[in-house]
Every structure is written in structure tokens, then in C-alpha cells.
Design a binder for this molecule. Structure first.
Ligand code: PFF
Length: 465
């Protein structure tokens, strides 16, 4: 990206607004934001928990239909209005529904980045242990549980991660971040291919490969759909205002349809590689133990160390792996927090430093609650969930569907499908135009209603997540 992002949504910005350097620049920037903990940490544990192959199949279908339509819509609306979400919605009207639609999109990243940073802190802790050569200790069964319930230790690691994010935001070294992700992405792919290959060839691992890749309809439940949909939002950075902002930096000659496809392929490839690293390892090292498959957020931290402990050069692999995951997490967290900072700047009319401090305070308050929720605050349970799980649930299962619904309504009832199509056609043949219209008019609203109703049913205990 070139130019100054912070001036992006100010009133007179159209002439000065920064743009991505070109097609590749756009795809790399969006992929850099999309690929993060969602792919490596979140996707494998959800796939393990919600049915393996059937989860994967549901995810792929949703991504190619619903997800595709939403990415195209958000990007086109951003490019059309040249505004981030709050401004983009208000271009079409100043009344309450427009304000709400914009704000719900804009607030989500502010609620995600605190708990994202908690997981980022766990990654730093594991990296530091590998650096000290504690490869075997990390592979012990109860190591992870001991660590996250350990008083203020977790808080310090969380603060370390947050500090890096806030310092980068203060320094405003976005170009540096982009350069880091350009080098890091290919390295991450190479390492992931290597670890997945190792993990899949361990004795007993084949069962895991089958569990992950072959759909078994017996494992299907409503929660498979709900979890897959939430993950799709999360992983592709949809329904959180990010793509509006990125679209607003996009030049008119970038093919929205093609770049959407490229980002989807890249993001899914990394998620699948992570699945192939982690799920076969559950079968090889824990005998496919159902409890381990259900481990949830801790899965990556339980299985990956066992893989490395069994390798000849496991310490080196552990250092590389957690370093790359840390970098992927940092670039994503920085873009999440950056989006919060620019919303504050534009909407509250405060300077960048103040906006960054405000974002930092929100991170520390909500993040600390999530970090301590497994230890000193473990008596706190919100709707039966730990604090971290609650924030994840609130954003992915409740707020994102509402944000997505706002975008759908904006496209179908306010801007009009034709205007969005015109925007896309400026630089694209838009081969899937008919499908796009069908997805936006029918499929997306249905999916959104399903996810919302299921989430509410879950809150009342009618179904379990
Ligand atoms: N898509 C990221 C992930 O999968 O980890 C999460 C994310 C990062 C969402 C940055 C939004 C964003 F701006």
C-alpha cells in the first residue's frame, strides 16, 4: 500500500486516498490480513471438534458461495464509496439503520483483537520455551493446562504480544509489516508442507487424514454449519469492516472477482495444511482420543509439541514453527487493531496517538479478562463459556452474522445489486454474476438467519456448541 492510511476516510480524502500498488499488492495485503491464527490455530480445532471431513466440506461450500458473495460485496462497496465501513454505510443514508450497520462492522475487530492477542501471547510463550530447548517438557500432557491456569504468567505473555502490536501502530511502520509478511508467507507454506508431511506419515496418522478429508455424514450436526460459517467469517476477514477499508484503497483496474478467488484459494490452502499438520497428529500421538479431538482452543498447543518432541530436530522445527505463527498472528493483529484506530480517528475526530492509546486500553481491559479467564478468573463463566470463548462466540456467532446481514441489506435494498455489479464489472468479466445475485438475494440471508437462530438456541441451552 502506498500513502497515508490514516487520512483515508477524512472528508476531503478522495484525491489523497492511498491505494494499493497494484493487483499483486492488493492480493498480498488481503492475504496477509486473512492468514493468521484463524487458519493455523482455529480452523484445525474446529474441524477436529465438529466432524472432520464433513466440517471441511461444509466450510468449502460456504466459502465458495456465501463467503465469495460477501467478499465481492464488501470490496465493491468499499471501492465505490471510498470509505471504511462507518462512512460507507453513511454514504447511503444518515439515519439510524445506516449508522448501526457501519458501526457493527467497525466494532467487531476491536473486540477480536484483545483475545487474539491472548492466543498471540501463548505463541510467544511456546516460542520462548523452544528457544530454551524445553521441547520434551512442552509435549507433556498437562503442560498446556498448567500454563494457562498459572496466575499472572499468562497475563505477562499477553501483555508482551499487545505491546508489540501497540508499538508497531505507534511507529506506523506499515511498510515494514508488509515486507515481513511477503517473506514470511512463503516460509510458512514450506514449513507447513514439511510438518504436515511428517505428521501424516507417522504410524496411525492415516486414520486422522481420513477423518479430516473424508466426509462422514454421521458426524454432521447443526453446529457443524454454525461453526463453519463463523470460521469462514473469521478466516477470510469478512463481516468485520476490513474488506470495506481494503476495497477503498483498491484501484479501479483491479479485478475484484479474480482477486477474491486468489485470496480464498490461498487462505484455504493454509488452513488445510494446518489441518493436515494437527489432526493426523492427534491420531498418531493420542490414538484419536475423542477428548483430544474435542480439545478446542488448546489443540494446537497440545498436539504440535508432541510432533516436534518425536522429531530428530524438533527444537529447531519448534522454533521455526512458533516464530512463523507469531509473525502471522502479529500481522493479522496489527491490521485488526489498525482498523480500530482508524475508526476512532475518523469518527471521534481524535489524533492517531490518542486513537492508538484508546485501542491499547481496550486491548488490555478485554484481553486481560480473557487471559486470566482460565486461571485466577476461572470462576467467571459467561453463558457457560470461559471469557475468551465468550468473546469468540459473541463476535463470530452473533455480531458477524448481524454485520453480514447489514451488508446484504445494503446491497440488495439500498445500493441495489446493479450498482454493485457495475462496480465489479469496471475491471472484471464477472462470470459468476448470476450466482452472485442468487447468493445475495437468497442464500446469504438464509445462512445468516440459521446461524443467528442457532446461536440464540445455544445461549438458551436448546442445542450445545
Ligand atoms: N483472518 C484472520 C485470521 O484468520 O487469523 C483474523 C483477522 C485478521 C481478521 C485481521 C481480520 C483482520 F483484519
Amino acid at each position: 500500500m502506498t500513502g497515508d492510511k490514516s487520512s483515508a476516510t477524512s472528508q476531503h480524502m478522495d484525491k489523497r486516498r492511498s491505494t494499493f500498488s497494484g493487483k499483486l499488492g492488493y492480493v498480498l495485503a488481503v492475504a496477509g490480513s486473512a492468514v493468521g491464527l484463524g487458519n493455523i490455530w482455529r480452523f484445525p480445532y474446529l474441524a477436529a471438534k465438529y466432524g472432520g471431513g464433513i466440517f471441511l466440506l461444509t466450510y468449502l461450500i460456504l466459502m465458495l458461495t456465501f463467503g465469495y458473495a460477501l467478499i465481492v460485496s464488501e470490496t465493491a462497496l468499499g471501492r465505490m464509496t471510498k470509505r471504511s465501513p462507518v462512512g460507507a454505510f453513511q454514504t447511503f443514508g444518515k439515519k439510524m439503520p445506516f449508522k448501526f450497520g457501519g458501526w457493527v462492522n467497525a466494532v467487531i475487530p476491536m473486540l477480536i483483537v484483545p483475545y487474539y492477542s491472548v492466543i498471540g501471547g501463548w505463541v510467544i510463550k511456546y516460542l520462548s520455551e523452544y528457544l530454551r530447548g524445553n521441547t520434551q517438557i512442552l509435549a507433556r500432557d498437562d503442560y498446556f493446562t498448567g500454563f494457562i491456569s498459572d496466575g499472572f504468567g499468562v497475563e505477562l505473555w499477553f501483555l508482551a504480544f499487545s505491546l508489540i502490536v501497540v508499538v508497531v501502530l505507534f511507529a506506523g511502520v506499515k511498510h515494514g509489516v508488509e515486507r515481513v509478511s511477503k517473506v514470511m508467507m512463503p516460509l510458512l507454506v514450506i514449513l507447513a508442507v514439511f510438518v504436515a508431511g511428517y505428521s501424516m506419515t507417522r504410524p496411525g496418522a492415516l486414520e486422522g487424514v481420513k477423518y479430516f478429508l473424508i466426509p462422514n455424514f454421521e458426524n454432521f450436526s447443526w453446529m457443524t454449519v454454525v461453526a463453519a460459517m463463523g470460521q469462514m467469517f473469521y478466516s477470510l476477514s469478512i463481516a468485520m469492516g476490513i474488506l470495506y477499508t481494503y476495497g477503498s484503497y483498491m484501484k479501479k483496474d483491479v479485478d475484484i472477482e479474480k482477486s477474491t478467488t486468489q485470496v480464498e484459494i490461498f487462505d484455504t490452502a493454509i488452513a488445510m495444511l494446518a489441518g493436515l499438520m494437527i489432526i493426523p497428529a492427534v491420531f498418531a500421538f493420542s490414538g484419536g482420543d475423542p477428548d483430544t479431538l474435542q480439545a478446542g482452543p488448546s489443540l494446537m498447543f497440545i498436539t504440535i509439541p508432541k510432533v516436534f518432541a518425536s522429531m530428530g530436530f524438533g527444537t529447531g522445527a519448534g522454533i521455526m514453527f512458533f516464530l512463523l505463527v507469531l509473525l502471522a498472528a502479529l500481522t493479522s493483529a496489527i491490521s485488526l487493531a489498525e482498523s480500530g484506530v482508524s475508526t476512532f480517528e475518523d469518527q471521534l475526530g481524535i489524533g492517531r496517538h490518542k486513537a492508538t492509546i484508546l485501542m491499547g486500553v481496550i486491548m488490555i481491559l478485554f484481553g486481560s479478562a480473557s487471559a486470566l479467564g482460565f486461571g485466577v478468573l476461572d470462576f467467571v463463566s459467561v453463558l457457560g463459556m470461559s471469557i475468551l470463548d465468550f468473546f469468540d462466540f459473541l463476535t463470530n456467532s452473533l455480531m458477524m452474522p448481524i454485520a453480514a446481514l447489514a451488508t446484504c441489506l445494503l446491497v440488495t435494498h439500498v445500493a441495489g445489486l446493479n450498482r454493485v455489479i457495475e462496480e465489479v464489472e469496471q475491471s472484471s468479466e464477472f462470470k459468476r454474476k448470476k450466482l452472485y445475485c442468487f447468493f445475495m438475494k437468497y442464500l446469504a440471508p438464509i445462512c445468516i438467519v440459521i446461524i443467528l437462530l442457532s446461536s440464540i438456541a445455544n445461549v438458551f441451552g436448546w442445542i450445545t456448541m
